[in-house]
Design a protein. Structure first.
Ligand code: DON
Length: 331
């Protein structure tokens, strides 16, 4: 029996939801002390490890938020979902999938080992660094800024404003990017890149440094939950086939070497970023009882204390709790 299932259809639904979420955020905030903020990009170390916030947006615009809701953070690897979507929209799905696969790695996000050991014809998937850098090379444009123009346009359409770069994070990432440069040179040697290596890497560092909030992630998640259709403007922002592909990748590869456990215990498409963000989404469910956000929802989480895989430690536990209580799993 899903907790409180009989109460969701009353006038006080939103108050009920708010109370539950407030309690759960307060409880899981204690779990932030089990993780650590990212330190390999020096500026990210300045984040407050105790922070935890969540925003949930329903198809009808209902928005439940709790915790540290107004703290901006950089999107980091969550941008890989968006750059993949943009590349598919610019080049076509076939072109992109000829150059990057859709298989989970079971390895860390910045692993280089599997590329060489498995003698791949293309990187494993667009959500690990090797795949994301390859995708960045496919984005149209002669400079890194031009390459990101369509990504910013997509964000502006979804969010109603144009986000900006966090220059400090961008410079910090660029100046400490030895591993990503190593991956880039390997991709260059193998002939996987479609564009100049330095322009491609600049575009990749910049896309990771876009500043967002949990409300932004929840809104993007809600549009993906609706297969790319924005119910508030009644506009198809992302072609349905591209949105579905992106969600399949989020489910199988979005949490890196914790993707299997996340699918098993949470059961919804999600993507994490090393600054502490997680985007997640639940599609509409068909059940014979009333459930919260039964028409689908997008979820944004922020909690910069990370586990060993680079995922928000309290954020994952909070999501697991909510998904179980509200029966969000797609399985
Ligand atoms: O490539 C990097 O190191 C980062 N800018 C992005 C990594 C990231 O967010 C991994 N996710 N958990």
């Amino acid at each position: 029996m899903v907790q409180g299932a009989t109460n969701w259809n009353t006038e006080t639904t939103e108050e009920w939801l708010q109370q539950y979420i407030d309690d759960w955020v307060a409880f899981y905030r204690k779990h932030t002390s089990d993780g650590e903020v990212a330190s390999y990009i020096p500026v990210l170390q300045e984040a407050n490890a105790d922070h935890l916030g969540i925003s949930i947006v329903g198809k009808n615009g209902t928005n439940i938020r709790s915790g540290d809701v107004d703290v901006p953070f950089t999107i980091q690897s969550i941008s890989k979902v968006l750059s993949f979507i943009v590349a598919c929209m610019e080049r076509g799905i076939g072109y992109v999938l000829d150059r990057v696969d859709v298989e989970p790695t079971g390895e860390a996000f910045n692993s280089i080992m599997h590329l060489e050991m498995k003698q791949l014809k293309k990187p494993f998937n667009p959500l690990v660094n090797a795949g994301a850098i390859t995708v960045a090379s496919m984005l149209e444009g002669k400079s890194s800024d031009q390459k990101l123009e369509s990504l910013f346009n997509l964000l502006e359409k979804m969010l109603g404003y144009r986000p900006h770069l966090d220059i400090d994070v961008y410079e910090s990432e660029r100046d400490t990017s030895m591993r990503n440069r190593a991956i880039g040179y390997y991709l260059l040697e193998m002939g996987y890149l479609e564009d100049d290596l330095n322009i491609t890497l600049e575009a990749y560092f910049k896309q990771c440094s876009i500043e967002v909030t949990i409300d932004d992630l929840a809104r993007i998640g809600m549009i993906l939950a609706n297969d790319g259709f924005d119910p508030s403007t009644e506009e198809e922002i992302i072609p349905r086939q591209v949105a579905r592909l992106a969600k399949a990748l989020m489910l199988t590869c979005g949490m890196y070497d914790a993707s299997g456990k996340f699918a098993a215990y949470v059961g919804i498409p999600a993507k994490s970023g090393v600054a502490g963000g997680i985007i997640a989404l639940a599609p509409a469910r068909v059940r014979d009882e009333e459930l919260p956000f039964i028409d689908g929802c997008g979820i944004g989480v922020y909690g910069p204390a990370l586990d060993k895989q680079g995922n928000s430690i309290a954020g994952i536990r909070l999501l697991r709790h909510i998904a179980n209580k509200w029966d969000l799993s797609i399985f």
